[in-house]
Design a protein around this ligand. Structure first.
Ligand SMILES: CC(C)(COP(=O)(O)OP(=O)(O)OC[C@H]1O[C@@H](n2cnc3c(N)ncnc32)[C@H](O)[C@@H]1OP(=O)(O)O)[C@@H](O)C(=O)NCCC(=O)NCCS
Length: 164
């Protein structure tokens, strides 16, 4: 892949409430939900989305950034500690996929969030997300099973860790 960052601009900035309508549209996509697997029960429920994001934005323990691609809102990346350890997660609008944006966005985010170790949980068949983690220095640390709202059943999940 060409070095996308040399042709286009990929940046992070603080998230604002103005980003939420775009993020809501992005998280409606069926294929994205299938990939991410551990998603909202009903992605079309705007009220539940708003309640969730109000909680996220108010939580001082969460670091969250909007990913900008040539100034457009491409998606988001965040780090929470809901499971005890700092854990990251990210989501891009479909029109921004497969351009290296998540890989570069996470690389930038790892300079913002310096806590280590850092965890990530991924559906075992989410190849794109696994590549994003591998290219950012995460290694496989475990696996398990977790209920997937998007797939309506328990599925295999991989746990990845970045130690330094
Ligand atoms: C997962 C996701 C963030 C990847 O973002 P992205 O910007 O497309 O990723 P990149 O362009 O940086 O690509 C990373 C790698 O995945 C590969 N890839 C991208 N889309 C792919 C797909 N649909 N299937 C298989 N591989 C894919 C790329 O070719 C690249 O691999 P390479 O470096 O070996 O060439 C994006 O698809 C997404 O937001 N999906 C929905 C939400 C989600 O799954 N979030 C992660 C939850 S753990």
């Amino acid at each position: 892949m060409a070095d996308i960052a040399s042709i286009h601009s990929i940046r992070l900035r603080e998230m604002t409430r103005d980003d939420l309508p775009i993020l809501f549209e992005q998280q409606l996509d069926t294929e994205a939900n299938y990939m991410a697997a551990f998603t909202a029960k009903d992605p079309t429920d705007r009220q539940a989305f708003d309640v969730h994001w109000e909680k996220v934005l108010a939580d001082k323990g969460i670091t969250i950034r909007t990913i900008l691609f040539d100034g457009q809102v491409a998606g988001s990346v965040l780090c929470h500690t809901w499971g005890g350890e700092p854990e990251i997660s990210y989501w891009l609008g479909k029109e921004f996929w497969n351009k290296g944006i998540a890989t570069q966005g996470l690389a930038l985010f790892l300079k913002v969030v310096t806590a280590r170790p850092l965890m990530a949980r991924v559906a075992k068949d989410n190849i794109a997300s696994i590549r994003v983690l591998e290219k950012n220095g995460f290694t496989l640390s475990g696996e398990g099973k977790w209920y997937s709202n998007a797939r309506g059943k328990e599925i295999e999940e991989l746990v990845w860790i970045r130690r330094s």
